[in-house]
Design a protein around this ligand. Structure first.
Ligand SMILES: Cc1ncc(COP(=O)(O)O)c(C=O)c1O
Length: 347
């Protein structure tokens, strides 16, 4: 990869013009001028929570069906994670359950577009507006998923993407925070670098709010820029494979496909479905040389969250049956046909 060699020997590997160029291209792609890169999706979530001012004694409503950073970042602010239930059909956070869990301590609502499937944003936006509580979209899995015909990253005041090694777009490690106005963008830009403003000479600067070491560097941004050249083609392959499974896996005994909300389109980071006798399904797939897994431990099982059990009945049901199969760019026509044919033979 000559571009990487070029940047490594350029003498400027820290955050510089390459990061700015990457951010500009992301802004153009997503249609949001306030795109701020960081060094992980976790960092994006942590900054979003800090922008809202989530702190000790607050509560954040979230989902347990996700990767841990969605919720560990909430704990890092000192706030309590309140796990809402999911919709039993989709596995995505339930708007009714969000609303039931709102109380005067609720400071934010965290939603996760799990596996690339977009949450019921019409209802979640309405709840956010009704109670004046901001929404953070954890879109780590949902790069180029859409809501109302626009890419995710244009809806809520805070959207967080991950560019970690196995995501749709990778910078090896990295992340993106999409905001909605200049003021928060400037504040977040400082927050990602100790609280300093890169545009002001260090000797003339004054930190008014302590920040983190969360910025991206030119090397990771170069990886991102090269990735961007193939991105749409690659994500299109995920989507084609996902739509193929949507079509071909219908009406199979013991298998239930997940519906998508009408004004949304997933970008199919993983292909998620529900299967009866999941252990047997996974064993059958493994024996045939194919990956199948639920991937994430429901987060409320981690003792650090100190979460009550038995309060999310839909999650209990969903969690027993859901499974992911691969649908990435690397699947060939033969691979995906083999997957469908194998599943049709039963387990
Ligand atoms: C749902 C979800 N949120 C947040 C993250 C955190 O992203 P990162 O690994 O870039 O910090 C991940 C990471 O894999 C994730 O799956």
């Amino acid at each position: 990869m000559p571009r990487l060699e070029e940047i490594i020997y350029s003498g400027y590997i820290a955050e510089g013009e390459t990061v700015v160029e990457f951010e500009k291209k992301l802004s153009d792609l997503l249609g949001n001028p306030y795109c701020l890169t960081v060094n992980s999706g976790t960092a994006a979530l942590h900054i979003a929570l800090n922008l809202i001012g989530v702190k000790d004694g607050d509560e954040v409503i979230s989902t347990a069906l996700t990767a841990e950073p969605t919720n560990t970042t909430i704990l890092l602010t000192g706030a309590k994670v309140v796990f809402a239930d999911v919709e039993v059909e989709t596995g995505l956070i339930s708007p009714d359950s969000i609303e039931q869990n709102i109380n005067p301590n609720t400071k934010a609502i965290m939603v996760v577009h799990y596996a690339g499937m977009v949450c019921d944003m019409d209802r979640i936006n309405a709840i956010s507006e009704k109670y004046g509580i901001p929404v953070i979209e954890d879109a780590a899995h949902a790069f180029l998923s859409t809501y109302n015909g626009q890419y995710i990253g244009n809806n809520s005041a805070y959207t967080c993407f991950s560019f970690q090694a196995i995501k749709h777009l990778t910078t090896i490690d990295g992340g993106l925070l999409c905001l909605k106005n200049e003021e928060e963008f400037t504040r977040a830009r400082k927050m990602r670098w100790f609280g300093l403003d890169k545009k002001v000479s260090r000797l003339d600067s004054d930190i008014t709010e302590a920040g983190y070491k969360y910025h991206m560097n030119n090397v990771n941004a170069t990886v991102g820029l090269v990735q961007l050249e193939f991105l749409k083609e690659n994500v299109l392959k995920y989507i084609e494979n996902g739509e193929y499974f949507d079509q071909e896996l219908q009406n199979i005994d013991g298998l239930t496909l997940l519906p998508y909300y009408p004004n949304t389109k997933p970008s199919y980071w993983l292909y998620t479905m529900k299967v009866e006798r999941r252990a047997a399904f996974i064993a059958m797939m493994t024996a045939k040389g194919m990956g199948a897994s639920p991937l994430h431990l429901r987060n409320d099982k981690h003792s650090v969250f100190n979460a009550p059990m038995g309060v999310t009945p839909n999650l209990d049901l969903f969690y027993e049956e859901f499974v992911h199969i691969p649908c990435g760019w690397w699947l060939t026509e033969e691979d995906r046909k083999f997957i469908v044919d194998t599943i049709k033979q039963g387990w």
